[in-house]
Design a protein around this ligand. Structure first.
Ligand code: SRM
Ligand code: SF4
Length: 610
């Protein structure tokens, strides 16, 4: 790997990346030499950049902060650093106002996100994760939109115990959040065992090789020894400043786009031969969802297919794409720092040329591929290796027991006690009980039924996702996970009245425009604007390859059904054979087509009202 020499960018000549060299940016404030963090500040870099430099490879004041028992919080700066360790400091927003009134500290606790490449866990790990949820967290396990688990509600004094319990089953939370390559997703793909194996292996290899090397996680959470060299510890790929922003990688296996490859910074699409063997990978770059309401310079973007690489080059390509972004990404403005903006700024051709220079060879032309949807395949599937796999719909990924309803926590625990295969989390917040031998199928099915785990999943619901939002997410503007089930019930009634109850339509909701449930590549997207108010987006492609368009602004929760009902009626009446809802609303003139990120905000509002 390179040693962080300044790199020429298409913007101009080499610029030293602060934190990776000793260059001075400004006169020091005193006689002492200026520190690297001060240099970064003087150069106008974002606050998080100085923080990373000064953190001693992600240590900051975390160890001391944990010892301050008078508060349930950690400092604001450590709150930024702790993300690299897979944690977010949060507070219970349901009781925030009440506590402020009583002059009490906010009800602080931590969200912990695991790193589980490809979303595969063993039954033993499942049982341990379940126990942690009930012992240290809020009694639920939350399957995320990126194939991993989150805990909510872990108080500061339980953080180390929680991390130790996670470590005991050979899992961790390193780099699950922060400005690094995060959890790498892989197609779960139960039907094509060989292709899944290759996709999983690539995801695992990328996850391992792009993992930060700092020992800070073990040291802080497991009381590990500080490695010799301490502050001088070297991050061979990242350097002291890590990446300008989060970086997300996925591996897809057509025809399923369950990992939503076009929403991610970097992606690999398996190119299969007739025997479902991987002959290479199409490489995608520059996808992302997050934007800010009212700031048109921020927008979601679908990734470009940049080229094709051979299996043996995939790891090198992943590292090269990430390091070009490390060197070319915007470190002054975090709202413009994701790879999607780097690609917009420099163009995909210049980006590919730089990647090719770094890997020392040309990428091939992208090979043909076809996706047929970005949802999950529910129910039992028999793989080409004779093993059986059962995909269960988990409402918003929340694994819990509902009184008088599904008992996902207990049911999956009981399955883990007898299951000999593995579990796979999907990118749609669902769970697959995978690799079940034929003779065990009936026993698993009986447990699923006994715990009511298959109830209530109509076609719309099966294709739905909601981000967490309130009460834990500090950025939520509106409800999402807690609100979507009621909305789905209303919309199911409306769809049934038009005979559309069995039609697969994707619907996703988020409490703000950060897009954690990828609402902008869902045929119906609801994006929080304020309490009980949402922007309604329509017209994305069912296979996740096209973004939607704003149809109505500030629709209140009570109005959503009324706004959508006439569109469902028109769809039932006027659609062409096989036409998807997302395609129909464009052809029928309800919204204009979005071709990619920069034209996402163009032509807002309905072209035609239903
Ligand atoms: Fe996300 C921030 C939850 C997937 C874009 N996301 C957050 C935080 C941590 C809020 C915060 O910064 O304080 C949320 C914690 C809520 C909570 O209480 O748990 C949060 N994001 C989630 C999860 C749990 C949603 C879910 O319901 O499953 C997903 C965890 C994924 C994982 O396992 O790693 C999650 N977040 C996503 C995705 C979807 C994806 O990656 O496929 C996106 C859109 C894709 C993208 O990155 O562009 C996404 N999250 C964001 C953003 C906007 C990033 C941007 O570039 O603008 C933020 C805010 C930020 O980074 O500043 C954010
Ligand atoms: Fe929070 Fe917004 Fe992400 Fe929802 S989309 S979890 S509200 S940051």
């Amino acid at each position: 790997m390179d040693d962080h020499k300044p790199i020429d960018t298409p913007d101009g000549p080499a610029v030293e990346t602060p934190g990776t060299g000793a260059r001075r940016y400004d006169a020091p404030p005193t006689d002492r030499p200026i520190t690297e963090a001060e240099a970064a500040k003087a150069a106008g870099l974002a606050h998080n950049e100085h923080l990373k430099i000064a953190s001693g490879y992600l240590r900051g004041g975390l160890a001391d902060g944990l010892l301050k028992h008078a508060t349930g919080a950690i400092s604001e700066d450590d709150g930024q650093l702790v993300k690299f360790h897979g944690m977010y400091m949060q507070d219970d927003r349901d009781i925030r106002a009440e506590r402020t009134k009583k002059k009490l500290e906010k009800a602080f606790s931590f969200m912990i996100r695991l790193r589980i490449a490809g979303g595969v866990v063993t039954p033993k790990q499942w049982l341990a994760l379940d126990e942690i949820a009930t012992t240290y967290a809020n009694g639920t396990l939350r399957a995320t939109t990126r194939q991993t688990f989150q805990y909510h509600g872990v108080i500061k004094s339980n953080l180390k115990r929680t991390m130790a319990a996670i470590d005991a089953v050979l899992l961790d939370t390193i780099a699950a959040c922060g400005d690094v390559n995060r959890n790498v997703m892989a197609a779960t793909n139960p039907a094509q065992a060989g292709a899944h194996k290759a996709a999983y292996q690539l995801a695992k290899d990328i996850s391992d090789s792009l993992l930060p090397k700092t020992n800070a996680w073990r040291e802080i959470w497991l009381d590990g020894e500080r490695v010799v060299g301490g502050e001088e510890e070297f991050e061979p790929v990242y350097g002291k400043t890590y990446l300008p922003r989060k970086f997300k990688t996925v591996v897809a296996v057509p025809p399923s786009n369950e990992v939503d490859i076009f929403a991610h910074d970097l992606g690999f699409i398996a190119i299969l031969d007739k025997k479902n063997r991987v002959t290479g990978w199409n490489v995608t770059v520059g996808g992302g969802m997050g934007m800010t309401h009212g700031e048109p310079d921020t927008f979601p973007r679908t990734a470009d297919v940049m080229g094709f690489c051979k299996p043996e080059d995939a790891l090198k390509v992943a590292e090269a794409v990430m390091t070009v972004q490390r060197d070319w990404g915007n470190r002054k403005n975090r709202k413009n720092a994701r790879l999607k903006y780097t690609i917009e700024r420099f163009g995909v051709d210049a980006f590919r040329t730089e990647v090719e220079t770094r890997i020392g060879k040309k990428l091939g032309e992208p090979k043909p591929y076809r996706f047929d949807g970005n949802g999950d395949r529910y129910g039992w599937v028999e793989g080409d290796d004779g093993r059986h796999h059962l995909t269960l719909y988990v409402p918003s990924g929340r694994i819990k027991d509902v009184e008088g309803g599904p008992q996902f926590l207990t049911g999956l625990r009981r399955i883990a006690q007898v299951h000999e295969g593995d579990f796979r989390l999907t990118g749609n917040q669902n769970v697959i009980i995978a690799n079940v031998p034929s003779e065990k199928r009936a026993a698993i099915e009986a447990l699923v039924d006994e715990h009511a785990m298959t109830k209530g999943a109509g076609a719309l619901r099966r294709n739905s996702m909601a981000c967490v939002a309130l009460p834990t997410c500090g950025l939520a503007l509106a409800e999402s996970e807690r609100y979507l089930p009621d909305l789905l019930s209303e919309l199911e009634e409306s769809l049934a009245s038009h005979g559309l109850q069995d039609d697969e339509i994707t619907i996703r909701s988020t409490g703000c425009p950060n897009g954690c449930a990828r609402p902008f590549i869902s045929e119906i997207g609801l994006v929080g604007r304020g309490p009980e108010r949402y922007h309604l987006y329509l017209g994305a492609a069912f296979d996740g390859s096209r973004l939607s368009k704003l149809y109505r602004e500030d629709v209140t929760a009570g109005e959503i059904r009324t706004v959508l009902d006439p569109l469902f009626a028109a769809y039932a009446r006027d659609r062409q054979a096989g036409e998807r809802f997302g395609d129909f609303v464009i052809r029928a003139g309800f919204v204009a087509k979005t071709t990619n990120g920069p034209d996402f905000h163009e032509r807002t509002g309905p072209l035609k009202s239903a």
